[in-house]
Write a protein that binds this ligand. Sequence first.
Ligand SMILES: Cc1cc2nc3c(=O)[nH]c(=O)nc-3n(C[C@H](O)[C@H](O)[C@H](O)COP(=O)(O)O)c2cc1C
Length: 366
Amino acid sequence: MSKLSVTVDGLTFKNPFVIGSGPPSTNAKIMCKAFEAGWGGVVAKTVSLTDTEVINVQPRYGKLKADKENIGFQNIELISDAPFEDWERWFRETKDAHPDGILIGSIMESYEKGRWQELAQRCLAAGCDALELNFSCPHGHPETGMGAAMGQNPPMVEEVTRWVVEAAGGSPVWAKMTPNITDITVPALAAQRGGANGVSAINTILACIGINLKTLRPQPTVEGHSTFGGYSYLAVKPIALRMVAQIAGATEGLSISGIGGVTCSKDAIEHILVGASTVQSCTGPMLQGFEMVTELCQGLEAFMDEHGFATVDEMRGRSLPFFTTHHHLVELQAEAREKKAAAKRFRDKQWGEGDITAGTDKLTSE
Ligand SMILES: Cc1cc2nc3c(=O)[nH]c(=O)nc-3n(C[C@H](O)[C@H](O)[C@H](O)COP(=O)(O)O)c2cc1C
């Protein structure tokens, strides 16, 4: 087994890098490409039962650049528009072609126990190793009470998670969190009470990527109009790291799949250091290609060698003890200053503790 492999909720990933639900996992062909490139896992594009209406618009993406480099990305894309029967075939084809790749079905439904349970069971029967519950897409579906509308309602997160866990027969269940909420630890704890093995954090941040200054229209513009969309890529990493760290600090025994702004191994390592067991990237492969996983693996391995970590588990959460309150920072600084001042002071009783000439030097002006 490779040094990079991780076992999370009973599933062994050959490396902790997982494709986040979205265009890089939106049919069998593209999921197979991800596994062929070397990703440890794939969270499929979110699916629902076939009678859920999904009508996408075009254009539906927007980019934010700084110094000509992409730093932010926004989408107003919905969940998969393919019939669920196609997905049952695609899950099976992908799993048959890549039995060692971890395939996670992402599901979203309306607030009905039977629909969530049917979807969960059919995904698992078609070959998914685990389920991710989409309580988090911030645009489109919340208008009908789904996605982030559920994720912003912790009692509903708990109840729906319980329904799915009951139907999943022991297969791992992760609840995907929306960042569009004041305190992300509240729905994370609700998911855990509902029986989730883990949470995935974060989905996209509700945003407006920009306004066209010629037409005064917000972007992406569809027939002259737009709607707020989901913001992702490098610019959201600081918010994602904060939220992953908050969940890790507030929970015990809940795995975290860190997502948000992973563009290279440094970003992924940071997610692990604040508590993630696996790390997902969605916009990364959209903008850089699936091959980015090669640098993710090489960079992680080099970091582990440099710091003497034998396993990814050993490094997980290592930065968490260094987060504290502002008040504590003030106290630490006062203590450090006092220590420094004390080290500079020289009293008569200290003569003889070291070399007499060092004592003389200490008391001599330059
Ligand atoms: C175009 C696009 C479509 C997405 N579709 C889904 C989806 O269907 N289900 C889901 O849970 N997340 C979806 N996401 C969110 C991503 O999985 C991820 O949580 C988010 O983009 C932050 O990660 P990133 O910065 O690596 O992209 C989508 C993101 C993008 C950019």
